[in-house]
Design a protein around this ligand. Structure first.
Ligand code: TXA
Ligand code: MG
Length: 379
């Protein structure tokens, strides 16, 4: 039994022993399959983020996922399958467009919602008529799902509201004592969650942007739109999870969007202000999440200011911890880990450079906006 206190941290009434399986052997894959089939909670690697797996046909087992994560009960789960054929018993019917999407992108980071069959418990869908389905591009995890012989419900393996885990260590930090096992197969290759789409008769709607981009989907059907909620409308999101606090680091985070020279200027201004505040506060620590190009520019401006500020103690009190990235793929890969590293470093503030709004940048901005609790500034 778990209590989640108001910081979203866990206090365990009755901790359980969490086993680690590092690169499991064929025998261990069978063991993990049996554990899952029999209702245990097992964290599994995928190409996107680590998932917290349970038997997707067992309401009680899925109930334990919600308990372990402190997840709101109306937020439905994705059922993970080992092949496209495995969805047949789980859905009412397979529209031709859904088949085309599976042929094109599975295994891979695309989650498809389809009308569910009676075999799928309401616990999996939060009572919704559709079930979310995904076949992960991760051989080991597909083998474990196959060994389990049932679909595996798996939300990201973090305490609800916190950054998603992209390493087994990050899963351990949130879930040790709450779940039965963690499978460690190294860091996830993509680093942000799958694209979630609702397949309709005449096209599809993106409910959550992710690794499969709008342009990639448009190669399958021209009729691709975004859920109105993602475009800024006040309507409730169609993916219930999109309305909750998400990916939040401990420190206040601000995301700055604009041309690199504008963002550099604005960040230096912010750092100046923080440096002033730092001397009044016995020091401050700031985490910067920026492209390596931006970091160079900020560094240059700061260095020249430092020359003007000889004798000024402000800068001594401000500790800057930069985490830099080279590309959108690199940012996707390191975003959640950077937020967790900033927690570990106990930074007081995080300043982040918003990515360009194209391709993977749309999914990244969606996550960074949530991590920043809406503090996104166009500069
Ligand atoms: O990449 C991923 O998708 C990862 C890995 C572990 O597979 N999983 C993941 O699960 O991100 P989770 O539970 O953290 O996010 C699932 C999202 C939520 O926003 C949820 O509301 C939405 O999918 N969702 C699930 N079932 C749905 C349904 N029937 N209709 C609409 N949205 C649904
Ligand atoms: Mg999640």
């Amino acid at each position: 039994m778990a209590d989640i206190n108001k910081e979203g941290r866990s206090s365990l009434v009755d901790p359980i022993h969490t086993r680690i399986f590092t690169h499991p052997s064929p025998d261990e894959i069978e063991t993990l399959g049996t554990m899952l089939r029999e209702g245990k909670l097992v964290a599994l690697p995928t190409e996107t983020v680590y998932g917290l797996g349970a038997n997707g046909l067992d309401s009680e087992a899925m109930g334990r996922i919600y308990e372990a994560k402190g997840r709101p009960s109306d937020n439905p789960l994705i059922l993970h399958v080992d092949s496209a054929e495995s969805i047949v018993p789980l859905v009412d019917h397979i529209p031709p467009l859904a088949q085309d999407l599976m042929d094109a992108f599975w295994p891979g980071p695309l989650t498809i919602t389809l009308e569910k069959s009676d075999r799928v418990p309401d616990r999996a869908t939060g009572g919704l008529p559709r079930v979310a389905l995904r076949c992960p591009d991760h051989d080991l995890t597909r083998q474990i799902i196959k060994a389990a012989g049932c679909p595996i419900a798996a939300p990201s393996a973090n305490i609800s509201g916190r950054p998603s885990p992209t390493t087994a260590q990050a899963v351990w930090d949130d879930m040790e004592g709450r779940i039965d096992a963690i499978v460690d197969a190294g860091p996830c290759s993509i680093g942000v969650e799958s694209t979630v789409v609702e397949v309709q008769d005449e096209g599809l709607v993106i409910l959550r942007p992710g690794g499969i981009t709008e342009d990639m989907l448009k190669k399958i059907t021209p009729n691709v739109s975004y859920d109105k909620h993602l475009l800024g409308a006040q309507e409730a999101p169609k993916a219930p999870g999109m309305k909750y606090k998400h990916y939040a680091p401990d420190a206040d985070m601000y995301t700055l969007v604009g041309s690199q020279s504008h963002v550099a200027r604005a960040m230096v201004d912010q750092l100046d202000q923080l440096a002033e505040r730092a001397s009044e506060n016995n020091g401050l620590r700031v985490g910067l999440l920026v492209s390596s190009g931006l970091w160079e520019t900020i560094h240059e401006i700061f260095a020249s200011q430092q020359e003007d500020l000889v004798g000024d103690d402000d800068l001594v009190d401000l500790e800057i911890i930069p985490i830099t990235y080279e590309s959108l793929e690199d940012l996707a890969h390191s975003l959640y880990q950077a937020l967790l590293d900033f927690n570990q470093a106990k930074v007081d503030y995080i300043l982040a450079e918003g990515p360009s709004q194209e391709g993977l940048g749309i999914a990244l901005m969606n996550r960074m906006k949530k991590a920043s609790a809406g503090h996104v500034m166009q500069v």
